[in-house]
Design a protein around this ligand. Sequence first.
Ligand SMILES: Nc1ncnc2c1ncn2[C@@H]1O[C@H](COP(=O)(O)OP(=O)(O)O)[C@@H](O)[C@H]1O
Ligand SMILES: [Mg+2]
Length: 104
Amino acid sequence: MISGEPGIGKTHCAEALADVAEDQGALVLWGRCHEEAGAPPYWPWVQILRAYVDASSLDEVRLNMGTAAKDIAALVPELLDSSHHAQQAPSAIADSSPARFRTF
Ligand SMILES: Nc1ncnc2c1ncn2[C@@H]1O[C@H](COP(=O)(O)OP(=O)(O)O)[C@@H](O)[C@H]1O
Ligand SMILES: [Mg+2]
């Protein structure tokens, strides 16, 4: 976690770290928070998951999502196209505590 006042260099630091990680073969995925109200639920994670699905092979996605694919597909419906684990319709992003706990 990088924290600090605006303009102190958090983004710059994260980008420099990401460059090093990518040079060493890591997959770096970005999610950015929206400053105004009205962003979709879990918005930074939606961006990260979409980028992950785009960047990964079907086998890799399947392996890593496992039985959680159905819950994750509630956030990222395109997962349905690339995972046989998620053939049922995605569950709505329920407000219930158990559903939120599962998503986390
Ligand atoms: N180590 C650094 N050396 C020189 N300039 C920097 C450095 N870190 C940040 N900056 C510059 O300072 C400004 C604010 O940095 P930024 O990473 O956007 O801050 P934050 O994300 O914390 O608000 C940017 O213009 C950035 O290029
Ligand atoms: Mg920043």
